[in-house]
Design a protein around this ligand. Structure first.
Ligand code: ADP
Length: 499
């Protein structure tokens, strides 16, 4: 580009030589010299020397164009040995600053072997060439920095420890980094012909439902499986973000390989299940021994002893329910179906659950009312599991409701389902938490609330759903909560009263 500027300048003004020095601040970074249409190489050091004591230096310091009609008579022209009268002698010269955005980015010098050669027209022409050169140098710099930024982006993209794919909004892979290529096992060119939906085996409408509504700065997180070139499935945590590119919006997919985490989770779950399982039989032994002891104790015996015994029985019963619940969570999450369904009468089941909770409620001065619709059909259920669902809901009602609160348990038939409701006049649950509280370890933050581990409702939801039922809560803050679950009546157990 520089040599073209010089050719243009020297030919248009009929000069013999032309040079251009490109600057960064006050320092030369490169330069070009043309003598009789030949481009000559000079070092950066040479150009810095020219700036030190030559006419170019003066132009740089004064930011002014200069036209010399006789170089031998102007002290701004650094006299070199070949300028002697016996050699090339006096010449004429034009030297102009090359400007870009108010900065001097270069110095253009044109020399004619004879004095008094240049006129104002030549000066104007050289100045306009210098102006064009300024724009060209500025653009070249912008281009270089753009290239550097692109290179840097590419390095960051490729060096990321996570596999990343950039796709169009319809999932077509546009770019994939080194990690993505290695994780998927597809060569870059094959990957570029695939859709991310195909790799993640996502349904065709996944993008329109999940990715399209994403706003600026929002990230969608989801776990899934990535199908590699050898058809193995790698568990991944997918983070999807919409990114605005100059050419339009694209999607950025970070595909974190979570194989190790999943293996550890499975190991932990197996270990926990083993521990719970092994705790069960000694605990059953303790419970039956305590119950025997209770039966064998003569009625007349010490009241204190009997009270202590009933605390021990209640506490071990509680521990047994907790262990069974933890084991059930593990099994139900693993997708195991309910196997030990038995035909169960509703009323006795409800009263067993109430009897378990009654001592706790009475301790808190709470009133427990029960209303069971007569003639309910028996249900085919895992009796112990559904009893624990009821106990969990009533336990929560007593736990979160203050002293002297009211708890109301009602059971009725609604169509082909039986609905169980546990209502209280406790603190209530804010609307945005009504769904969340059913998640594992979800707890509402409040100083006033007693401590819990946040597994009770998660268990209830898993247990009810695995029976083909549904559970939900209606609540008003400071007024109370009503947890309801509905279980299907077995086919053939009579038509619903409503028809
Ligand atoms: P835990 O009781 O061990 O914390 P749960 O899963 O049973 O776990 O309940 C989750 C959260 O739901 C509780 O921490 C509490 O904040 C809220 N919650 C449950 N039942 C009630 C209720 N009857 N009244 C008010 N908040 C409740």
């Amino acid at each position: 580009m520089l040599s073209r500027v010089l050719m243009l300048s020297s030919r248009h003004v009929g000069a013999e030589r032309a040079s251009i020095i490109v600057l960064d601040g006050n320092q030369a970074v490169e330069g070009a010299l043309i003598v009789n249409d030949f481009l000559l190489e000079r070092s950066v050091e040479h150009w810095n020397n020219v700036l030190q004591d030559g006419l170019a230096g003066w132009v740089l310091r004064n930011r002014q164009a200069v036209m010399l009609s006789d170089t031998s008579r102007d002290e701004r022209w650094a006299q070199r040995p070949d300028d002697a009268a016996s050699r090339t002698g006096a010449k004429s010269a034009i030297c102009v600053p090359v400007m870009a955005r108010e900065q001097v980015v270069g110095i253009l010098t044109i020399v004619h072997p004879k004095p008094l050669f240049f006129n104002q027209e030549h000066l104007a022409l050289v100045q306009s060439i210098a102006d064009q050169a300024g724009i060209a140098i500025y653009n070249a710099r912008l281009y270089n920095s753009l290239q550097a930024v692109t290179r840097r982006y590419r390095e960051l993209f490729d060096d990321s420890i996570d596999p990343i794919c950039i796709t169009s909004l319809n999932g077509q892979i546009l770019e994939a980094n080194r990690q993505a290529i290695s994780l998927t096992g597809y060569p870059a060119e094959v990957l570029a012909e695939k859709s991310i939906l195909e790799l993640l085996k996502l349904p065709a409408d996944w993008l329109s439902v999940n990715a399209e509504p994403l706003g600026a700065g929002q990230t969608l997180r989801q776990e899934g499986l990535l199908w590699t070139a050898d058809q193995s499935a790698v568990p991944v945590e997918v983070h999807v973000r919409k990114v605005a590119f100059p050419s339009g919006d694209v999607l950025q997919w970070i595909l974190q390989d979570i194989t190790e985490r999943k293996q550890l989770d499975a190991l932990r779950d197996d270990l926990m299940a083993m521990v719970y399982h092994d705790l069960r039989s000694p605990l059953s032994n303790i419970i039956s021994s305590l119950e025997m002891l209770n039966m064998l104790l003569p009625v007349s015996d010490d009241e204190n002893l009997r009270a202590l015994l009933s605390i021990a029985i209640r506490s071990t019963g509680r521990m047994q329910r907790l262990i069974n619940t933890l084991l059930d969570i593990y099994r139900l999450e693993a997708g195991q179906p309910i196997t030990n369904r038995t035909r169960t009468e509703v009323a006795p089941l409800v009263y067993e659950a109430v009897d378990t909770i009654l001592p706790v409620a009475e301790n808190k001065g709470q009133q427990v009312d029960v209303q069971i619709e007569p003639n309910l059909p028996p249900l085919d259920i895992d009796t112990d599991m559904i009893r624990r669902v009821l106990i969990n809901l009533m336990d929560n009602a007593t736990k979160y409701t203050s002293f002297k609160g009211k708890i109301f348990l009602s059971v009725c038939r609604k169509g082909d389902r039986v609905e169980f409701s546990v209502c209280d006049n406790g603190p209530g649950i804010p609307p945005d938490a009504l769904e969340v509280i059913f998640d594992k370890f979800a707890r509402l933050q409040s100083e006033r609330f007693p401590k819990g581990i946040g597994l009770g409702l998660a268990f209830c939801r898993l247990a009810v759903r695995s029976h083909g039922g549904e559970i939900w809560v209606e609540s008003k803050v400071n007024e109370g909560s009503c947890f309801t679950f509905a279980l299907p009546v077995s086919p053939g157990d009579g038509e619903s009263p409503s028809g």
